[in-house]
Design a protein around this ligand. Structure first.
Ligand SMILES: CC(C)(COP(=O)(O)OP(=O)(O)OC[C@H]1O[C@@H](n2cnc3c(N)ncnc32)[C@H](O)[C@@H]1OP(=O)(O)O)[C@@H](O)C(=O)NCCC(=O)NCCS
Length: 184
């Protein structure tokens, strides 16, 4: 596979653009990661203070520098405002595989924007990074996430019981996999 670049390329869709997150996105990132609906099935608790954004930017920079993660802002084409994030992370060059992650602010759910954004990142992973396989780990009760993955061609390949503990909640993981020719 090709090594991830040190700066994020912008990827353009019909309604959304994937671009590098920037300091102006701080408030929108906080609105996203503090929303209980968004964080209901997330692997960390909801943000309670704006300063969490600074640590988040630090993690994204480290991931990019290490070649292990690329996290884009999902921005609306018309005003460039951040409405979500999508990432290729756990990038494992020796095995040409990575994981996909995504979150969209609830005020934009149900319009196919997540599908468009996630598809752009998957296409980039297969066509530019030359990944062989992309995986997703989602709570089987996260119906929106499971439907999104299945609509894109992911296959559910397994169930890992009680894999996550976030606060008082323990949850299972449905593991999904996608090969290049599966992508719809
Ligand atoms: C997962 C998420 C990005 C989906 O966003 P979305 O805007 O609903 O996605 P889309 O509009 O592209 O819809 C994708 C498909 O899922 C379906 N869907 C979405 N939410 C659904 C729900 N709650 N119940 C049933 N179907 C749902 C849509 O109808 C669509 O199906 P279709 O292809 O048959 O039309 C959004 O719910 C989210 O950000 N959740 C919080 C973060 C999260 O849990 N991320 C995953 C962590 S692993």
């Amino acid at each position: 596979m090709n090594a991830p670049p040190l700066s994020l390329p912008s990827l353009h869709g019909e309604r959304v653009t994937l671009r590098a997150p920037c300091a102006d996105d701080r408030d929108a990132l906080f609105a996203l990661y503090s929303a209980p609906e968004v964080m209901r099935f997330w692997s960390t608790p909801a943000w309670s203070e704006l300063a969490a954004a600074d640590a988040w930017f630090g993690r994204q920079d480290s991931g990019l520098l290490a070649g292990s993660a690329m996290t884009w802002a999902i921005a609306q084409c018309d005003d460039d405002a951040l409405i979500g994030t999508v990432s290729l992370h756990a990038i494992f060059p020796g095995q040409a595989r990575a994981e996909i992650g995504y979150a969209l602010h609830p005020s934009h759910w149900g319009r196919g924007l997540a599908r468009e954004a996630v598809r752009l990142a998957l296409r980039y992973g297969f066509d530019e990074l030359r990944l062989r396989r992309i995986e997703a780990d989602t709570d089987p009760d996260n119906i929106g996430s499971c439907r999104l993955l299945e609509a894109l061609g992911f296959r559910r390949e397994g169930l890992l019981r009680e894999r996550w503990q976030v606060g008082d909640l323990t949850s299972d993981s449905a593991l999904y996999g996608l090969l290049k020719d599966d992508l719809r």
